[in-house]
Design a binder for this molecule. Structure first.
Ligand SMILES: NC(=O)c1ccc[n+]([C@@H]2O[C@H](COP(=O)([O-])OP(=O)(O)OC[C@H]3O[C@@H](n4cnc5c(N)ncnc54)[C@H](O)[C@@H]3O)[C@@H](O)[C@H]2O)c1
Length: 253
């Protein structure tokens, strides 16, 4: 559910549509799994299935990268991993600061999957003076009083907000003033940011609400089918909606 602005046009300057950009991480995840199994090449159909994307869409997406594969052979897995990583800016290290080191902030700090994808947790920041100096995931928590210095010293351009909603806008403003230009917001609030700042919002409760909607609909279909004596309609694996059609877990703010 897009509830804010990302201040980015639907098509980026290099001509790759945002919808394609949103699918690149899905391809990368599937390709990384193939690479770990030392699979050298993959067909568009196999990769599309692994990524949960329609294969025609995949071929179109890869055409924006200038990658067309080889007929009868498919795509070179290692080269595609490199191409997509480069396109997403993952061939460089991105220092990330997490602000609000409670349940969620600490869980994210402890998550090993960021570093392996090029996102290094460089700083943990919290307003609670009692937390200052306490290590979380081996990184000492620093106080918000020092936010400006922490951001600039660590060259942080991506900030993660895991504070209570009431504090999120103020934290966002301070991060932006300190030089942060991309924000991942977990707090259930809509953030206002100046031009040139990207905000993505993660809200698992919205995902659950969407699932609840589908559950309710399925229950309704079952009841109707039973009334009519017909077998209930169920989504088949091939007909299942994937990232092409469903709301992503991370969405524009
Ligand atoms: N997006 C999701 O799916 C999802 C899931 C769970 C929680 N949340 C949200 O994440 C946020 C954190 O949840 P939690 O359970 O970790 O809360 P929590 O109370 O455990 O932690 C919040 C932390 O933020 C700190 N804090 C408060 N004001 C601050 C400020 N101005 N600057 C810096 N730090 C500040 C507190 O000291 C505390 O350590 C909440 O907004 C919650 O609604 C989102």
């Amino acid at each position: 559910m897009a509830t804010g602005r990302t201040h980015r046009p639907a098509t980026r300057s290099r001509g790759i549509p945002e919808a394609t950009v949103a699918r690149l991480p899905l391809y990368l995840r599937a390709l990384t799994a193939l690479s770990e199994r030392s699979v050298p090449t993959v067909s568009s159909e196999e990769l599309a299935t692994a990524a949960g994307v329609n294969s025609a869409k995949l071929r179109k997406d890869f055409s924006y990268l200038g990658s067309y594969g080889t007929r009868g052979v498919g795509y070179d897995v290692e080269y595609l991993v490199y191409q997509i990583s480069r396109e997403l800016g993952l061939t460089q290290d991105w220092p990330v600061a997490i602000v609000g080191i409670g349940n969620l902030g600490a869980a994210l700090a402890n998550y090993g999957g960021f570093a392996s994808r090029g996102f290094r947790v460089a700083a943990l920041i919290d307003a609670d003076p009692a937390m200052a100096g306490t290590p979380v995931a081996g990184i000492p928590v620093q106080h918000t009083d020092d936010l400006d210095r922490i951001i600039s010293e660590n060259g942080v351009s991506i900030g993660v907000i895991t504070t209570p909603p009431g504090a999120a806008q103020q934290v966002c403003d301070r991060l932006v003033a300190a030089g942060v230009t991309s924000i991942l917001n977990f707090a259930p609030t809509v953030l206002s940011v100046p031009e040139g700042v990207d905000v993505r919002k993660v809200d698992l409760s919205i995902e659950l609400q969407i699932l609840a909607f589908h559950e309710q609909r399925k229950a309704g279909e079952d009841a109707t089918a039973e009334d009519e004596g017909a077998p209930p309609m169920r989504a088949t694996p091939t007909g299942r909606k994937g990232p092409d059609g469903d709301m992503p877990a991370v969405m524009p703010a």
